[in-house]
Design a protein around this ligand. Structure first.
Ligand code: NAI
Length: 235
């Protein structure tokens, strides 16, 4: 009988890939068990946060023993659905589409690239990482005949919704969208948007915040120098 699916909060789900990555690295280093304290030091989370998160998946931690790395990795893989195999297609064989097609890491995790589609006749027929670029007109038929689960959208933002509209008429399970636009998709299709520039702007914010702190620190230090003009200024 199937185990009942336990609801896990989005905040915890967002941390799962990170746990998965770190535990995978520990397995490669033949580490069999790890304490929440050690794991917290590695991952930059607090030990209590880790205990709380991992309590969601059944009592893997044992007092005085820590976590069994392989068991925990297996359980997190299961929650992430990585015991399934996924077939995916890339739509848009430009810079980003080609980079994703050339990346080996996805197949190791069970994501298999089956086809690449484009609208440009100069690109159609080309092979990227052993996979042929096909005419976008063949998309729908290919999704049905090859049992495609996921479509990766790598077309310019102006064309992204028209691609999504085509996908909305198929039985695709998930869309991984890299175009900087919020797509409208069918209710039963899972949509994951990747806004790379949002992440870049967050980086910019953090750098700027650090620069401001350093500048304030410099002003504070100058103010402490006897006779310095800033000495008399109070903030
Ligand atoms: P690109 O211009 O190199 O490639 C886009 C490809 O989509 C072209 O080959 C074009 O022929 C194809 N295409 C256009 N309309 C189509 C349609 N209706 N059906 C099928 N194929 C179609 O663009 P690039 O740089 O690869 O970017 C792709 C998307 O990813 C854009 O939305 C961009 O904003 C986004 N993105 C790209 C990043 C990058 O590092 N290249 C970074 C962040 C976002």
């Amino acid at each position: 009988m199937e185990k009942e699916v336990k609801k896990i909060s989005i905040a915890v789900i967002k941390r799962l890939p990170k746990y998965h990555r770190y535990l995978g690295e520990l397995i490669q280093k033949d580490v069999e068990k790890i304490s929440s304290r050690k794991l917290s030091e590695m991952m930059g989370l607090t030990a209590s946060q880790i205990r709380q998160d991992l309590n969601n998946f059944g009592g893997f931690g044992q007092q005085g023993y820590g976590y069994n790395v392989k068991d925990l990795y297996r359980e997190i893989s299961k929650i992430l659905g990585l015991h399934n195999k996924y077939n995916f297609v890339i739509i848009g064989a430009g810079n980003l589409g080609q980079a994703i097609a050339n990346y080996h890491g996805f197949s190791e995790k069970g994501f298999h690239l089956k086809g690449i589609f484009d609208i440009n006749p100069k690109i159609i027929g080309m092979k990227i990482h052993e996979v042929q670029v096909m005419d976008i007109d063949k998309l729908e038929e290919f999704i049905y005949t090859e049992n495609i689960d996921i479509a990766v959208i790598c077309v310019p933002k102006e064309n992204a919704q028209e691609v999504a509209d085509r996908l909305n008429k198929t039985n695709i399970k998930g869309i991984w969208n890299f175009a900087p636009v919020d797509l409208k998709v069918r209710k039963d299709t899972v949509l994951e948007q990747v806004h790379l520039s949002d992440s870049l702007l967050t980086l910019s914010y953090k750098i700027n915040e650090k620069l401001l702190q350093e500048r304030q620190e410099k002003i504070r230090q100058r103010r402490d120098i006897p006779g310095h003009p800033l000495k008399s200024i109070k903030t």
